[in-house]
Design a protein around this ligand. Structure first.
Ligand code: SAM
Length: 208
């Protein structure tokens, strides 16, 4: 993601009550952060946060955690949250490759929204639906495993269907034009951009 650097990135992130600064200390105990037993949904690669912030606003009985690799990107979400009170939302600045050090069987659903497609075959392991990542997700889920994915990218979509089904997931919902389907949807930043160019959005829900 190309992004202009925000001034005071470190200050914004360090002062945000939404950012969990020592996420590995809470492994297995995330319900303590939220002070309830409500389901926990993760968005991996949350970008600037439009999706997860709006999801948390409209679903107060679900806890949301946004995962983002880049500090200057997560800082944008922290800035948007400065004047909002959302007790059911937290953010973590971490690489998804480290998620087994952060969570232990406590996640109910994972969102993968417009993940980087890594089009070259030699980089396919970096796709967030590669076997490497599915192995990581396996130990995050509390019980039933649910992944919801949206992408404009046909190659990533086809790859994900194959990778997920090879891993034992069943495709429970699918659309090649999410906007013209009955599926409820909250847009991400990338989605808004693609839709304004007339690009159709692929969506799937996979269950294991
Ligand atoms: C193409 S952007 C999409 C952002 C947002 N989900 C949206 O739809 O607008 C992909 C995001 O995933 C993040 N990302 C990529 N690989 C990641 C990883 N291994 N761990 C955490 N975040 C990652 C990137 O930094 C980037 O912000």
């Amino acid at each position: 993601m190309r992004i202009r650097n925000l001034k005071n990135t470190d200050e914004i992130v360090n002062n945000s009550k939404y950012l969990i600064k020592n996420p590995k200390d809470y492994k297995g105990n995330y319900k303590k952060i939220f002070n309830n037993n409500n389901p926990i949904h993760l968005e991996i690669g949350m970008g600037k946060g439009d999706f997860i912030i709006n999801m948390a606003l409209v679903n107060p009985k679900i806890n949301f955690i946004g995962i983002e690799l880049h500090t200057n990107v997560i800082a944008r979400a922290c800035k948007k949250l400065e004047n909002l009170e959302l007790p059911n939302l937290r953010l973590i600045n971490v690489n998804a490759l480290e998620l087994n050090d952060v969570f232990d069987k406590e996640i109910d659903l994972i969102y993968l929204n417009f993940s980087d497609p890594w089009p070259k075959k030699r980089n396919s392991n970096r796709r967030l639906t590669s076997e490497i990542f599915l192995n990581i997700y396996e130990k995050l889920f509390r019980d039933k495993k649910i992944i919801r994915l949206k992408t404009d990218n046909t190659l990533l979509f086809e790859y994900s269907i194959i990778s997920l089904t090879n891993y034992g997931y069943k495709i429970d919902e699918i659309s090649l034009d999410l906007d013209n389907s009955d599926i409820e949807n909250i847009e991400t930043e990338y989605e808004t951009k693609f839709k304004s160019k007339g690009i159709k959005i692929n969506y799937l829900k996979a269950i294991k």
